[in-house]
Design a binder for this molecule. Structure first.
Ligand code: MRU
Length: 360
């Protein structure tokens, strides 16, 4: 019998085999398979090929991944160890450009290495131990942060509401709860009886394969939609709120998320449906002033023309445009739901206040 998602970790550390163990999301919902990643190439491929995906899960995989790689570095002096560590860091960081959680997690690991090896002058085995602790801490924090996003998001909706989501910002995109799905899971625990609508999310179908699957398994009332259906649902008054995840929030509140999110936000504006972006503060990037500067990942053509179809469905040689993400203008966003609270416009000012209020 196929294993339940709730019994599998999205991303975890297996110290016995010194590996990052992930649930291979490219096989879902048909097969639930865990795979062990031991080499830099395997970790990079798993991130690039979306075997592990979703901004927070990518960050956690990178943190655990760089620890696994660091553990095998044989150098005895810190300088030599750190040189190899930086090589791995740069390599893993190149796997996907948009989700800032990737570089955020790797930079945290870097700081832990420098603190232990350079400032405290600890021996390399102790530096490795610090890296282990930091990686596990990043993973554990993700659970707590998502739960708090859930509480804050839940305060924005009421029992029986229709909630629309795009892509998968669910537990599969994090360690637990998800970001956009966290209010839905908490509402489920508390008898809110939401009606959830999940966009299928072309071209890689994260909504159909992952969101619909994980919510259905959890007993949530979920209905699957093609990407071009959400406006009609809003026009009928069936959606009271949109919750989406996010790969990077620029300083002015512009938010990059899965391609198609912008269309949902525009429709939501037209029909007066509040559009909320759920984002851990690790996804807020004050170094990127506006959405225009967010690097957008371009993906291979065959994801649009071939993948998921029994046979190629578009003419050979046709030009294909396949950006993985789009940027939703901050003016379309009713609130950014973080673990510290809900930030409202003006975002530049209020996101900073939110962070400073928590000593960040
Ligand atoms: O290409 P993906 O599947 O990694 O894209 C994922 C998304 O766009 C998610 O909405 C985002 O990473 C937030 S996940 C909590």
């Amino acid at each position: 019998m196929q294993k339940k998602l709730k019994d599998c970790d999205t991303v975890a550390l297996d110290e016995g085999q010194n590996a990052v163990v992930i649930l291979d999301q490219t096989l879902l919902p048909g097969r639930t398979e865990l795979i062990a990643l031991k080499t830099a190439q395997e970790i990079w491929d798993a991130i690039y090929l979306l075997k592990v995906r979703g901004a927070p899960a990518i960050g956690v995989a990178a943190a655990l991944g760089i620890y696994v790689l660091a553990r095998d570095i044989s150098a005895e002096d810190f300088e030599a160890f750190y040189e190899k560590f930086c090589e791995y860091k740069e390599y893993l960081n190149s796997a996907r450009p948009t989700a800032v959680n990737l570089s955020w997690a790797l930079n945290r690991m870097d700081r832990a290495a420098l603190q232990a090896g350079k400032e405290e002058r600890l021996a390399v085995p102790q530096v490795k131990e610090r890296l282990r602790r930091e990686a596990l801490c990043i993973r554990q924090e993700d659970v707590e942060v998502c739960r708090r996003i859930g509480e804050n998001g839940l305060s924005l909706v009421k029992p029986g509401d229709g909630i629309l989501t795009h892509c998968n910002a669910g537990r599969l995109a994090t360690v637990q709860y998800g970001t956009a799905t966290a209010p839905i899971y908490l509402g489920q625990e508390r008898g809110y009886h939401f009606k959830v609508y999940a966009d299928e999310t072309r071209p890689l179908l994260q909504g159909a394969r992952l969101t619909a699957y994980e919510l259905q398994e959890a007993g949530v009332d979920v209905t699957l939609l093609c990407d071009n259906m959400s406006a009609s649902l809003m026009a009928q008054g069936l959606v009271q709120a949109v919750f989406v995840g996010c790969d990077r929030v620029a300083a002015n509140g512009d938010a990059a998320n899965k391609i198609g999110t912008l269309m949902v936000a525009l429709a939501a504006k037209r029909y007066g449906v509040p559009f909320y972006v759920c984002a851990p503060t690790s996804t807020i990037d004050f170094h990127t002033p506006t959405g225009k500067e967010i690097p957008i990942e371009m993906r291979p053509e065959d994801e649009v023309t071939q993948m998921w179809y029994r046979e190629r469905m578009a003419p050979q040689g046709v030009k294909v445009y396949n950006p993985a993400f789009d940027v939703t203008d901050h003016e379309l966003i009713a609130g950014i739901v973080t673990e510290y609270g809900v930030a409202r416009a003006p975002y530049e000012e209020n996101l900073r206040k939110l962070m400073e209020g928590h000593g960040r």
